[in-house]
Design a protein around this ligand. Sequence first.
Ligand code: MN
Length: 326
Amino acid sequence: MSDLGRESGGTVYGCSIAETDEPASVLLPGHDVPLGRYTTVRRLLPQRRRRMVGAWCFVDHFGPEDVTTGEGMRVPPHPHTGLQTVTWLVAGEVLHRDTIGSVATIHPGDLNLMTAGRGIAHSEESPAQRPPTLHGVQLWVALPSQARHGEPAFEHHEHLPVVDVAGGRLTVLVGALHGTAESARSPATAYTPLLAAELLLDAGADVDLPLDTTYEHAVLLLAGDATVDGDHVAADTMVYVGPGTQVLALRAGESGVRALLLGGEPFEEQLVMWWNFVARSHDEIVAMRGDWEAGREFGTVEGYAGDPLPAPAMPTVRLKPRGRSG
Ligand code: MN
């Protein structure tokens, strides 16, 4: 496997845009991050080499994990600003509560989309009665300047468009697949041109997906293995392809593949991401942290049995705004 690996196998590839100096495709392995006392997740974004894909600025893959013993997922009330959270499950259930009164249990095939705007807090926990396995992803979308101070909102979608391809299907979580009808656009609210879709392919299925050339994309394998644009990829690796790519060539391995396709227009604003906040400056982060610690601005999550999460201490150096690729 090579960062620049791009073998031709009779497939038509797009060309990268001439003015970028990025390679056509880059393999980005996830790394383990402990989350709370009981769980380890694999983090795919941000990474040193690539902080964003479109407005997608955070990607965690959790499970599959046996949650029959212990507490399962138990994330106490914590704040968010300047972002949307997207939760998608492969297995299990998660109960969401937030400060605008939403209470929603998410199941595989449902989409939870929380828009923090100027500020919201939520808790996420495994219900007392729950299936034995928990497996899914949580993603963050950075809100552009014109939307980041808006009102908080929560959406729970149970009916998402499904697009059939040879040997499989795609469920459209956010946005629309390139070249599909407007009726196949996800009902989820987005504030920048954005795409997320779950791809399920049978063993050996071979698919050429047309891409919007104004977007950059990434494919994250959640289960199984596949060849993506000539690179053999296993679960928990993300393949990034830059703007200008016309076709993504996917060939499922022996056991088929479940993958997440993310895309979006390159996000040109620089961000300061710290803890659960997405802002534009160190001073904004200090103010947001202060509001949370003082119990201001975010409201109260009703019904969660436990205390809210305290914010960690600020780092001793000033946080610097960073761009999408480093
Ligand atoms: Mn959260």
